[in-house]
Each structure stands twice: as C-alpha cells, then as structure tokens.
Design a protein around this ligand. Sequence first.
Ligand SMILES: Nc1ncnc2c1ncn2[C@@H]1O[C@H](COP(=O)(O)OP(=O)(O)OP(=O)(O)O)[C@@H](O)[C@H]1O
Ligand SMILES: [Mg+2]
Length: 277
Amino acid sequence: MDRETKETAPEPLFVIRGLCKLFPGSGGGKAGGRADDSTAALDGVDLDIHRGECLLIAGSNGSGKTILMRIMAGLLEASGGSIRYKGNDLAWALKPSGEKTFRRELGIVFQDPDAQFVGETVEQDAAFGPLNLGMDKTESRRRGKAALEKTGLWEKRNLTPRRLSGGEKRRLALAGVLASGCETIIMDEPFANLDWPGVVQVLTIIKTLKAEGTTLVILTHELEKVLALADRLLILHRGRVRDNGPSEEVLGRLQNEYGVRDPRQSYTSIKDCSWLP
Ligand SMILES: Nc1ncnc2c1ncn2[C@@H]1O[C@H](COP(=O)(O)OP(=O)(O)OP(=O)(O)O)[C@@H](O)[C@H]1O
Ligand SMILES: [Mg+2]
C-alpha cells in the first residue's frame, strides 16, 4: 500500500481488538475454564468489518457468536479489549446523544426473537422500528407493510406476534430491521426454524440487501445455505478467531475440532443424504 492510499483509506466500520468476555464462577473443570474458575466466552478476538461486505461468522454451539454480536451491539459489556465503530470508540456511539443514531444504523436479528417483539399485532410490530426512530406514522406503516410483504407475512398482519410459528417469528424480526432501513445488519442464525421457502425468502432478502450496499454479518453454522453470498468466512471456536479469509481458502484449512461442516459435498443418492460420517 503506498503512502497516499494508506492515508486516505477509510477505517473499517468495526475494528475489534483483543475482545474478551469472561463469565465468573462457571469454568471449573470445563473447556475454556480458567484458574480463577471463570469461563472465557470470548478470548482475544481481533476482527475488522468493512463497509458493504457480507461476512459469515461460523462456529459450533457455544463458540461465542451470540456473545460477540451482543457486545458489538452495545447490549453486553466486554471484559477487555476494544471496539471502534466508524472511527470512534463504541462507547462514544452509545452515549445518550448518539445512541438513537447507532440503533438506526445497526440492526440486529436475534437468534431468539421473542424478546424483540413489542407490537400487539404483526403489522404494529413491523412499523414500530421506524416509529421509534422518529419517522411519522404514515411512513412507518408504509415501511412496515413493505417489509412484511418482503418477508411473506402481510397476510398475518392482524395476528399477535406470539401466535406466529417459530419460522414466522424469525421473519418478523427480520421485517422489523428491514423497515428501519439499517445500513448494517447482524443476523444471528437467520435460518434456524425456517422451512425451505422461508430460507429462500431470507436468502433473497440478503442478496438484495447486499446489492444495495448494506453491511451484513451473518452468524451461523449452516454454511451450506448461505456461503455463496459471503465475501469472507471467519471461524470462531471456543471464543477465538481460528481462521478468517476467502471462503474457499478457509474451508480448505478447516479442522474437525472447530465443529463446522464443510458444505462442499454433492448428494447423489439417498444413502448419501445423511450427516453421519
Ligand atoms: N451468562 C453466562 N454465564 C456463563 N456463561 C455464559 C453466559 N452466557 C453465555 N455463556 C457461555 O458463553 C459461551 C458462548 O455462548 P454463545 O451464546 O455466544 O454461543 P454461540 O456461538 O452463539 O452458540 P449457538 O450456536 O448455540 O447459538 C457458551 O459456552 C455459553 O455457555
Ligand atoms: Mg448463538
């Protein structure tokens, strides 16, 4: 990189260095357990996220994906390390004067969306995000409707979110974020509970968001569903970044202990249709 490029290149959207999260008193005798009996859910994570990229973070159950997302969203405090967002410490974005802007910019689709619903009906819920961000009622309803149509939930608009099926709840959580028009979206296991049309619908939305320049971070262990859309693959294992780079290269170096399955397989007969080795 020449001097001029170095000076003018914008800082990545997120710059994460040495991020740690310890949970006290639960590590005795377990993997990840420490001498002081704490567990490191994140253990020195370094990560840059660039504007407009689609980053896939893969890791087995308990590898630290959700904890990482919660810390990035300012919903959980780290035990150590630093996060810079748009060139400033994340704490700056989370100050009362800036938090609304940060929430408008960063959308989160939670793994367990139940806690995220606030509207009495599906329609109200989808419109809540933009309303809460200060848009007027008409615009919020318009955005909510468009998002429900995109996620195939418009016909369920009069139901209470509690009555939706697991897959529908997940799509409603996504609709809320779409309606808010966030420029960065983190999706935690976006395919869990979805049937085939549901997966196709979410993938179509991801593809459109990507084309529109939305920065996407997708946390999943279901690589086979989304890898083709990813610009980069990062492997998280026991709270550490084990690999990070172009998907093809990372898959070529995949180790069994990471608990992530290489999806580059072809199923040619029924007997091959099993995940047993
Ligand atoms: N409050 C807590 N106290 C102690 N340990 C916790 C707490 N919250 C999370 N952990 C531990 O942190 C580790 C990482 O959890 P996390 O939810 O980030 O995993 P994940 O990669 O999202 O897994 P999954 O694929 O199952 O969603 C897990 O081992 C979990 O048990
Ligand atoms: Mg998780």
